[in-house]
Structures are given as structure tokens and as C-alpha cells.
Design a protein around this ligand. Structure first.
Ligand code: FMN
Length: 170
């Protein structure tokens, strides 16, 4: 379901929560292609989302300059992978700052354990791996192993001490 305003997010999440009738918790996946993502996350939370997943793809376009034709069949598309990692980090950081109690799943350009650590430090409670699995289906397991090694190398004995660490520095 797509919603382009806080009212739309509230309505969409409320309808989904009502439909699920408490059978499973609802996580709202949010797009970064908005002016204020924290407002969207707040609307999702108020409507009953148990968590938000940040971020979906970033709107992009590629054009063949020789012909002027778009390179993608649909004209534009969603950009994913390493290029959007900083966008994901900022989205997680800003939503964590605005909504300290809302569980956040961070996703966007995670390729290494350190990328996952960065999203956790920004305030994510959990991390997903998307595009990296296209090149390596075992990427999530590798990222987890690397994260464990990163924690060991950086003196992080409890992952909860890493979560939201960036907010202690601001
Ligand atoms: C080919 C492709 C298909 C996707 N399909 C969905 C989808 O159906 N629903 C959704 O919420 N996100 C979808 N996404 C977004 C990803 O779940 C993820 O939020 C985004 O790609 C950023 O993470 P990544 O850089 O690790 O891929 C898709 C991404 C790609 C590249």
C-alpha cells in the first residue's frame, strides 16, 4: 500500500492493523522520498505500527544521452545498494532522534559488518540486507559474521551498547 502524506500513512497503517486484528505485529516500510521522514514514522507509529523499516529505494533515473531515451523500461526506478547507504543512515538517525521508543529496522546499502554497525549506531534495532544478496545470496550471514568480528575488534561486548551510540555524541 502506498501513501504520500502523514494522513495517508496513518490511514494505510490503521487499515492494515485493523485487518490483522492482532494476529501478527505490523511493521511499516517507509520511503525516503519525502520531505520529513520522521513525521511519516510518527504517523505510522501512532496508527499502530509495531516498528518501521527504513528505507525503501531512492527515486532515480538513467538516460541514454545519445538517444535521449530512459534506460529503464518504466522511465524511472528505485536506486538501491551502496549509493543509498548514507541516506539510510540519516533516515534512521533522524527517526531515532524524533521517536526514541519506536523499534527501527535499518536497511539500505549494507554490504559489510561495519555498514550494519553504522546503522545500529544511528539507532536501528535490527538490520536488513537487500541488494548485496543479488551478488552473494549468503551476504546476510557474512554481514552477521563480520558484525560479530567488528564488535569484538571494537570492544563492543553487548550489541545494546552499540545501538543508538551516535546519539550520545550529538
Ligand atoms: C529489485 C528490488 C525489489 C524490491 N522490492 C521491494 C518490495 O517489493 N517491497 C519493499 O518494501 N521493498 C522492496 N525493495 C526495497 C528493498 O527491500 C530495500 O528497502 C532497498 O533496496 C534498500 O536496501 P538495499 O540497498 O540493501 O537493497 C526492493 C529493492 C530492489 C532492489
Amino acid at each position: 500500500m502506498f501513501a504520500h502524506s502523514t494522513t495517508g500513512v496513518h490511514e494505510a497503517v490503521s487499515a492494515a492493523v485493523e485487518g490483522l486484528a492482532g494476529s501478527v505485529p505490523l511493521w511499516a516500510k517507509l520511503s525516503p522520498n519525502v520531505t520529513d521522514l520522521a513525521e511519516m514514522a510518527a504517523a505510522a507509529s501512532e496508527a499502530g505500527a509495531a516498528a518501521v523499516t527504513l528505507i525503501n529505494t531512492v527515486m532515480g533515473m538513467a538516460i541514454d544521452p545519445a538517444s535521449g531515451e530512459p534506460r529503464l523500461g518504466a522511465g524511472g526506478g528505485g536506486l538501491s545498494g551502496p549509493a543509498i547507504h548514507p541516506v539510510a543512515v540519516r533516515a534512521v538517525y533522524e527517526c531515532r532522534q524524533a521517536l526514541p521508543g519506536l523499534p527501527i529496522v535499518g536497511v539500505g546499502g549494507v554490504q559489510t559488518g561495519e555498514d550494519a554497525a553504522e546503522l545500529l549506531a544511528a539507532g536501528a534495532d535490527a538490520v536488513q540486507v537487500g541488494t548485496a544478496t543479488f551478488a552473494d545470496p549468503r551476504a546476510p550471514a557474512r554481514v552477521l559474521q563480520e558484525l560479530a568480528r567488528w564488535c569484538e575488534a571494537n570492544g563492543v561486548s553487548n550489541i545494546d551498547r552499540l545501538k543508538g551510540r551516535a546519539h550520545d555524541c550529538s
